[in-house]
Write a protein that binds this ligand. Structure first.
Ligand code: ASP
Length: 323
C-alpha cells in the first residue's frame, strides 16, 4: 500500500509539467570592478523580485502571458533598468518607450515611441488582445492607452539622475565616436515564460538607447528582431544595439536555426550572437523552450539575467564570467 503511494507520488512528480522563466535586464559594459557592492546587491535583488513576480503566477497555474507581463512590469517599475521608470533619455531630454509581447501560439502586440505611459508592456498586451493590429506607435498609441484607462505619469516620474548624467556624457562623447559605436550601455528588460500548460510567452520593454534621435524606434517592439516566441522552437528576448538586431532579425534567427538547422537551444543562441559579432554589433539574448531548457549568450562584458525553473534551478547573474 505505502509502496503504491510512493510510486504514485513519484510518477506524479516525474510527470508534473515543467514551468519557469528566464529574464534579462540589459547587456553592456557591466564590469565587476566598476560596480559597488551595494549596487550589485540592488540589481540582484531587483532581478529576484522580477523572477518571483512571474514564478508565483506560473506556480499557481497562471498563464505564461500573465507571468511575462508581471515580470516586465516589476522591472519597468524599478528605477534600475532602462524600461518604464528607469528609461534613458532621447537627444531632446525625453523618454520614449518601445515594448512588445509574443505568445508561443503566434499572437503578438507591440507599441513604439510612446511617452508617459507607466507600463508600456500593458499597452503592447492590449494591442495584442484587443485590436486587430500588431503594433501601435506615437500619438495613436498614446490615445489608445488613454482610452483603455492605462496609468500615465508625468516626466518627473521617469527622471533619474543616473540616466540624465548618461545623456550629458553621451552628448560630450557624441562627436568623438563612430556612428554605430556611440552606444555602449544597454538596459532593456526581457522575459521568456513557460507555463504548466506547456505554452510560452516572450516580452521585451525598453527606453531604447541613451541620446537616441527622438522618434527613433529600436528592435524591442519589432517581432522577430527583439522578441520572438514559438512553442515549437523557442521564445527569445534580446538586448543590445537595436539597429543590428533589426537588420539581422536576430530573435527570429534563433528560432529559425532550431527549426531549419536542427540546432539545440544553446547552440542557436550562441550562433546568433556569433553572427551579431561578425557584423560588429553587440548585445545579448535569453531563450527558453517548452522542455524548460534555458539559454543565454552575449558578446558584451555583462548582462543582468536570471532564471527560475520548477526543477529548482534559481540563479541571478550579472557579469560575463559568472556561470
Ligand atoms: N535593444 C534596445 C534598443 O536598441 C536597447 C537595449 O537593449 O538596451 O532600443
Amino acid at each position: 500500500m505505502s509502496v503504491c503511494l510512493w510510486v504514485c507520488l513519484f510518477s506524479f512528480w516525474v510527470n508534473d509539467p515543467p514551468f519557469g522563466l528566464i529574464i534579462h535586464g540589459g547587456a553592456g559594459t557591466i564590469e565587476r570592478h566598476k560596480m559597488s557592492a551595494d549596487l550589485d546587491a540592488e540589481y540582484r535583488r531587483a532581478l529576484k523580485t522580477a523572477l518571483a513576480a512571474g514564478y508565483e503566477i506560473l506556480q499557481k497555474g497562471g498563464s505564461c502571458e500573465a507571468a511575462a507581463i508581471a515580470t516586465i512590469k516589476s522591472m519597468e517599475d524599478s528605477p534600475l533598468f532602462n524600461a518604464g521608470r528607469g528609461a534613458v533619455f532621447t537627444n531632446n531630454g525625453k523618454n520614449e518607450f518601445d515594448a512588445s509581447i509574443m505568445l508561443g501560439t503566434g499572437e503578438a502586440g507591440a507599441c513604439a515611441g510612446v511617452r508617459n505611459i507607466k507600463n508600456p508592456i500593458l499597452l503592447a498586451q492590449a494591442v495584442m488582445n484587443s485590436t486587430p493590429h500588431v503594433m501601435l506607435a506615437g500619438d495613436g498609441a498614446v490615445a489608445y492607452a488613454r482610452e483603455l484607462g492605462l496609468e500615465f505619469e508625468t516626466d518627473s516620474y521617469f527622471f533619474t539622475e543616473k540616466r540624465w548624467k548618461q545623456l550629458k556624457k553621451a552628448k560630450v562623447k557624441e562627436k568623438e565616436q563612430s556612428h554605430d559605436n556611440k552606444w555602449r550601455k544597454f538596459g532593456t528588460v526581457g522575459v521568456v515564460a513557460l507555463d504548466k500548460q506547456g505554452h510560452m510567452a516572450a516580452a521585451t520593454s525598453t527606453g531604447g538607447l541613451t541620446n537616441k534621435q527622438f522618434g527613433r524606434i529600436g528592435d524591442s517592439p519589432i517581432i522577430g528582431a527583439g522578441t520572438y516566441c514559438d512553442n515549437e522552437t523557442c521564445g527569445v528576448s534580446g538586448t543590445g544595439q537595436g539597429e543590428f538586431f533589426m537588420r539581422s532579425v536576430v530573435a527570429y534567427d534563433v528560432a529559425a536555426l532550431i527549426k531549419y538547422k536542427g540546432m539545440r537551444l544553446q547552440e542557436a543562441v550562441d550562433e546568433a550572437i556569433r553572427k551579431l559579432s561578425d557584423k560588429k554589433g553587440s548585445g545579448g539574448l535569453i531563450a527558453m523552450n517548452t522542455k524548460a531548457e534555458i539559454a543565454f549568450s552575449m558578446n558584451t562584458k555583462g548582462m543582468y539575467r536570471g532564471y527560475r525553473i520548477s526543477d529548482g534551478r534559481h540563479v541571478v547573474q550579472i557579469y560575463g564570467d559568472e556561470h
